[in-house]
Design a protein around this ligand. Structure first.
Ligand code: MIC
Ligand code: SF4
Length: 646
């Protein structure tokens, strides 16, 4: 039987287990990436492993998230990261060089390789034919130390593309369509593999927009073939030698096949507060818009920015619209400067932001109260923009540009009726390339590891208890994201200071969580979280597990938990459990006292655990899906302790 692209790459990297769907396999990781907001903790953990040099083919440490630098904390973290990179053989991408995913695609991504990144949008690399997966920082640290990365051998869903995008419709509309079909939940353990004749109509950056935002569906990754278009992109990056062809075999089998006819798509938007709430742009027509932000790792490529630049050319942003542009990388900025796109943008009133995450993570450009903000980014979770009552809509660069001109939600196809022709941007045959903002380990100045006062040791988890006994500290609904669990934005500067950062746990949902958890912990009881479907959607931030662990959370009982968060809970010694019968969720209240006895024996025997609700005098069963390795990790008190004792 033939193989899919996903199977070809994964099977070539398996070092533990057998390729059987639904079973855990360990794969070798060729490349890793980290960003500063997750990287500091990842490298602290890597240091704790006592390895002399990274064992990957390539590891890159990017600084792109915390570049606002109000206070000393971020700058201290950057210096720490630079000194670690020099010592351990890691390429350091300095602040200003761009967003990790965009830069990695441009300069390092290689078809057929595996990439593990401590950021959930690492699957951007799937646009160039890699198996690129997002994970918690600790998993990336293990990979840098030469350990395998464990995944459930995935179900592979083929997304068969036919036709060709019509003018004013773009890659963002493709992934918004995919989100409409698959939603943000229920896709754990799957990979989206793109194929069909429509693939050849999409450039690598367009493919990367699509694989980037597959993260919002919760899939393990998304991947495109590596074909002549990929070769052309690599050639334009001066890296033709990195190209290999990877296509699915004719007789490859898939778990599911769906077809999307690109010719039938129209401009779409994700409405507040989930990337899965999809509407047609034409149905939102006329809504006044306060802010338009173009950028983020989803849509900040040369093509995206040149498209916006051409559309707004000769116009000035509507007086009611604040227009922000953040190029994805220094390379993008230099190329749009060279091709006059930057002049158009600035003439149109664009507020040029740094080539960094910026507005996307809410650490700058928070919109006004109750604003309507149109963004080309990938997440519009409640409060993520930094303004809790703002309404963020996720749209294509074309739809964003149309709103800049009109000041209202406008289907960009309307511009054609006003006499504008669609600017079809050609990709440069050769990008202007400047790698001067990378510090390669061979050229790096070796110094002592720099540790500012904000950097503390990573806290350690306790070994698994036989009886978890404590209170339901919080009961939350479906689709609680990691942004709900632990906010980023202005609080992100405390990433290296777990006690301080923990004060903001569940801030947007219930700001009293921290004090309650502290009290419960001080009385010697455990904290327990009860959650609905798809708990822990979104980011890879391990602080969403690490901070609860620090506050004494011992178990999460949910209707379902998303992949990266589930792995992070295990890494930090928190037991992830699922209701056997989802109706039992209704019988629990916040504050109820729960007891889960006999855990070690039942885990060993693979039997369901019983939860006693002492407040209600009831009992219910919970299930878990843990490999033997994961049980051992929990018993040891998390991955760091497990590695030490192995
Ligand atoms: C995000 O987009 O939410 C982030 C910030 O990039 C996170 C990583 C983090 O929290 O540092 C992600 O996507 O993994
Ligand atoms: Fe940065 Fe936003 Fe991309 Fe996260 S989603 S990596 S914050 S640009």
């Amino acid at each position: 039987m033939g193989k899919s692209i996903t199977e070809k790459i994964i099977d070539a990297h398996i070092v533990k287990g057998t390729p059987r769907k639904g079973e855990e396999v360990g794969i070798k990781i060729d490349q890793t990436l980290t960003q500063d907001a997750t990287g500091t903790m990842a490298y602290l953990q890597f240091e704790a492993m006592g390895v002399k040099k990274v064992k990957t083919e390539l590891s890159v440490s990017y600084v792109d998230h915390n570049t606002v630098q109000i206070g000393f904390e971020n700058a201290d973290d950057h210096k720490y990261l630079q000194s670690v990179a020099a010592k351990y053989g890691i390429v350091y991408s300095r602040a200003g060089n761009g967003i990790c995913h965009q830069v990695h695609l441009e300069r390092f991504g290689k078809p057929g390789k595996t990439l593990l990144g401590s950021d959930s949008h690492t699957p951007t690399g799937g646009g160039i034919g890699m198996v690129a997966i997002g994970a918690g920082g600790l998993d990336v640290a293990v990979a840098m130390a030469g350990g395998p990365f464990y995944i459930t051998y995935p179900k592979i869903i083929k997304i068969h593309l036919t036709g060709e995008l019509r003018p004013w419709v773009s890659a963002k509309d493709v992934i918004l369509k995919v989100l409409e079909i698959f939603t943000t939940k229920g896709n754990v353990g799957c990979v989206f593999e793109y194929g069909g004749p429509g693939v050849k109509t999409l450039s690598v950056p367009e493919r990367a927009t699509i694989t980037n935002m597959g993260a919002e569906c919760g899939v393990t990754t998304s991947v495109f073939p590596s074909d002549a278009i990929t070769k052309e992109f690599l050639k334009a990056q001066g890296r033709e030698e990195d190209w290999v062809e990877i296509i699915a075999d004719e007789d490859a089998e898939f778990d599911k096949i769906i077809e999307i006819n690109l010719s039938e798509l129209e401009p779409l938007a994700a409405t507040p507060h989930s990337p899965g709430n999809i509407s047609k742009v034409k149905d939102l027509k006329g809504m006044p818009v306060d802010q338009v932000c173009v950028g983020s790792c989803t849509n900040s490529s040369y093509k995206d920015l040149m498209t916006v630049a051409k559309i707004v050319e000769g116009n000035v942003a509507n007086p009611d619209v604040s227009f922000v542009v953040a190029p994805g990388s220094k390379q993008v900025l230099e190329n749009i400067t060279h091709d006059k796109g930057l002049t158009n943008l600035l003439s149109a009133g664009a507020r040029l932001a740094e080539s960094a995450c910026g507005f996307c993570i809410g650490n700058s450009q928070s919109p006004k109260t109750q604003a309507v903000s149109l963004r080309t980014s990938n997440r519009n979770f409640l409060g993520r923009s930094g303004t809790k009552d703002a309404n963020v809509y996720l749209v294509s660069p074309e739809t964003a540009a149309a709103a800049v001109i009109t000041g209202t939600f406008t289907d960009p196809r309307e511009l054609e009726k006003q006499g504008m022709t669609y600017p079809k941007i050609q990709m440069p045959k050769r990008f202007y390339i400047d790698d001067s903002m990378f510090i390669y380990p061979e050229n790096a100045k070796k110094t002592e590891i720099y540790r500012g006062p904000n950097i503390g040791d990573p806290p350690q988890a306790d070994p698994l208890k036989d009886t978890i006994q404590g209170d339901v500290t919080i009961k939350v609904e479906d689709k609680i994201t990691t942004d709900h669990i632990i906010p980023a934005g202005s609080k992100m500067k405390f990433r290296s200071n777990v006690p301080k950062y923990s004060e903001f746990l569940f801030e947007v949902v219930d700001p009293t969580f921290h004090d309650r958890a502290k009290k419960i912990k001080e009385t010697g009881k455990d904290n327990i979280i009860i959650a609905g479907l798809s708990y822990g959607q979104g980011s890879s931030r391990e602080h969403a597990a690490l901070c609860p662990m620090y506050m004494g959370v011992k178990a999460v009982i949910a209707k379902s938990i998303e992949r990266i968060h589930n792995a992070n809970l295990i890494n930090f010694g928190i037991l992830p459990l699922n209701f056997k019968d989802e109706k039992d969720y209704d019988g629990i209240d916040q504050g109820d006292e729960l007891e889960i006895p006999n855990i070690k024996k039942l885990l060993k025997e693979g039997k369901n655990l019983i939860v006693h609700n002492k407040a209600k005098g009831t009992k219910f069963e919970v299930v878990y899906s843990l490999s033997d390795r994961q049980k051992d990790v929990l018993l040891a008190g998390g991955t760091l302790s497990y590695m030490k004792h192995k």
